[in-house]
Design a protein around this ligand. Sequence first.
Ligand code: URA
Length: 452
Amino acid sequence: MDAISIIRAKRDAQPLTDPQIDWIIDAYTHGTVADEQMSALAMAILLNGMTRREISRWTAAMIASGERLDITGALAAGTAQTPHATATPGAPGTPGARGATPGPTTDKHSTGGVGDKITLPLAPLVAACGATVPQLSGRGLGHTGGTLDKLESIPGWRARLSNAEMLDVLRSAGCVVCAAGDGLAPADRKLYALRDVTGTVESIPLIASSIMSKKIAEGTGSLVLDVKVGTGAFMKTVEDARELATTMVGLGTDHGVRTVALLTGMSTPLGLTAGNALEVRESLEVLAGGGPADVVELTLALAREMLDAAGLADADPAKALADGSAMDAWRRMISAQGGDPDAPLPTSRHQHIVTAPATGVVTRLDAYDVGVAAWRLGAGRARKEDPVQAAAGVELHAKPGDEVTKGAPLMTLHTDTPDRFDYATEALTTSYDIAPLGTEVPVAPIVRERIA
Ligand code: URA
């Protein structure tokens, strides 16, 4: 087997054989295939695609490059000896408030968007309804935020946990949000970094296998995919989003993970905030029974899918938001990961208000532009090793359908480094439209399609 003949085969649009796929993934993981050879192959895949069989084998090979966790088995085996598991509920915000028998595991993955803080209220909400939610998450890169960056704005909270610590948090809180360990799908870690710098991210076979290899290796029993579509998403058209969703659902099913996908709108930011601490604050509003309607709607839609996939369709997530049990699960999870759920969140040192240039009704607010502005304010990073500002971001005062008055605040920009304001406002100059009062603004449903 050699890399050049595999590159040539895909360059000439031939399907790769199972042994070719197994060999190239293994050889790349171990450094015998060079980055430039893998780059050429990734570009050939981007241009010529892969069959369903090839994608499935590619995914299996990436899973096999590292460890495969068995969270359900580990939780069941450890139930008797875990120090945190108790048969009776404890006080809110303290470990030990979870029942002794772990619920079925279920997870959610979003393909990434602007203001997408849904994991924060969703994981404790679904845990409060009886499921176990192991949520291995990532950091933001480019204009989309990262769940770990958001949670790190909570004083003391830790993203990096050992497998044993992760299981302990799951036992005590029913949910955990943490960084994926280095042992999980190492082939994907290498390949994703390479794709990032070779213009080969936007390939449906490569995105689907990258996401699903990590999720399958994590060992969840069921998975709900939130596939974003619109200006602020990877997938700009419903057709592409549908193809990505169908491919990922097929991969999950092939590997014994019950998988469902929702296609959801991402042309307008979710909620009223984009930025790390700003989004934590908004998530707390949702957990307290309030929050913006679109965030609540999507959180509940995804919670119902996760509970259904986990065999807990009778649970009522709306009740768990209203009665405070989701907030209790949040407090347990944050405490169990070293965070202080009562500590004040960081606030920005400088603010700049963007005002409405006319009186009227907002008809468009572009998710991509708002994401870029938040990133330029310091909420995101350009390179993986860059730090992020916890308090930076964009706070929206109006969304499509809202009326605004000339001179009234449209957005507040937050940063600790005010020299960023000019660059951020530049991204927002054509980010919204205001039409005369009385203009009808069609309201698109947040969930566009369900693929199972
Ligand atoms: N997220 C991933 O994990 N992989 C991709 O290829 C794209 C988004």
